[in-house]
Design a protein around this ligand. Structure first.
Ligand code: S3P
Length: 174
């Protein structure tokens, strides 16, 4: 059975859906943001502020390389910017079946209003930032993905069920 890799914009629900899938399938969730925070001993915001985004991006790629060594079925939830690098898109595909959680700017805005943990959305005009980034990234998310699921208006259990149904339909006997 193939591992599942969740990609998508900030606020698309990668972590919560990942938790749900890990319970349902009884396998480990590997949340790359959390793993990098643990490794560095700092939050993502602190890493961005102290070491800069390029450093964080390098660590993301290094971690994906390491995750390839994992044995057995895994669930992976990766940061919203991970699929931007071509090298990462290749690595994600090597880790498992890549599922893109597609979300509208309105849903992201509603879910992340007041959030202070995403450095890329801080400051004035968060909605403008969400729209610009989503627009820039949409094509790359699609390119990285084997499956696409729209998450607007859906709760976590429904998204998890849809993923399992889709994987089954497309040949995985999960
Ligand atoms: C980022 C998304 C964040 C985190 C960092 C950068 C991005 O992860 O990796 O703040 O570039 O979209 P989530 O998608 O889990 O919020």
């Amino acid at each position: 059975m193939e591992s599942i890799v969740l990609i998508g914009f900030m606020g698309s629900g990668k972590t919560t859906v990942g938790i749900s899938l890990s319970y349902k399938l009884q396998c480990t969730l590997n949340d790359t943001d959390k793993m990098i925070e643990k490794q560095e001993g700092w939050s993502i915001s602190e890493i961005f502020a102290a070491k800069g985004e390029p450093y964080f991006r390098k660590e993301e790629t290094r971690l994906l390389e390491k995750l390839k060594e994992k044995k057995g079925r895994q669930i992976y939830s990766v940061g919203g910017g991970t699929p931007l690098r071509e090298e990462n898109r290749r690595l994600l595909g090597e880790l498992g079946r890549v599922v893109y959680l597609k979300v509208s700017p309105e849903t992201v805005y509603e879910r992340l209003k007041g959030d202070v943990t995403r450095p890329l959305l801080q400051g004035d005009d968060p909605m403008g930032k969400i729209k610009t980034l989503l627009h820039e990234r949409e094509d790359l998310y699609r390119r990285a993905a084997d499956e696409v699921i729209c998450v607007d208006g859906k709760k976590t259990p429904q998204v998890a069920e849809e993923i399992l149904a889709l994987l089954k339909q497309n040949g995985d006997e999960a």
